[in-house]
Design a protein around this ligand. Sequence first.
Ligand code: MN
Length: 240
Amino acid sequence: MKKYSCSVLAFGLFFGASAFSGAAALKPAAAPEPAAAAQPPAAFAAAPLPYAEDALAPYMSAETLQFHYGKHYKGYVAALNRLTAGRPEAKMSLEQVIMTAQPGPVFNNAAQAWNHVFFFNCLRPGGGGRPVGALAAAIERDFGSYEAFRAAFTQAAQGLFGSGWAWLVADNGKLKIEQYANADLPMKHGQWGLLVLDVWEHAYYIDRRNARADYIEAAMNSLVNWDFAAANYASAPQGK
Ligand code: MN
């Protein structure tokens, strides 16, 4: 099976079919259930948020991340565990589930779990600014300039109708910007994700109500983790 990136491999540690970490991470510390009634352990564990919930303020509030990470993302992981309990998917990696699932709830929740870990890693305290090094050179090669890239990426994020994701991807040796609706994601299109912005309303509604443009601008100016994008570019397989 194809590798998906060094950072994603690290996520795999959390998403793998671990009998213990999943159950520990997803269940509250409640009284133990009787052995006879025990459910199979959760196959997919939530990855930790890579910074404190208040670390992105004032550009993204702690309340936004309490809901986006704590409710939406963890909700996708919990739903995936419910949907796959006792099924062959429970023994797969998250990426294998995404690549083999038919359209429907299993795919949607698996892909949203993957997308959100990637997205949270695309932000960092003190982020923003410009890419450097090989990724910056590739952006200039394929978009003409950072400014042209940023304008096109912003337009893709702003112009995506409904819920979805604006992506910078590597595709057959060329960088591209993609709009993917709902839970869709680059690996389903033979592409390698470099950077993503979540433009579902839940990503910005608490802080900015309907002002998606303000959220995009704040993310690009002050939150984007270009080091993460550069690491993804460096780990892109040959030909991507
Ligand atoms: Mn989201």
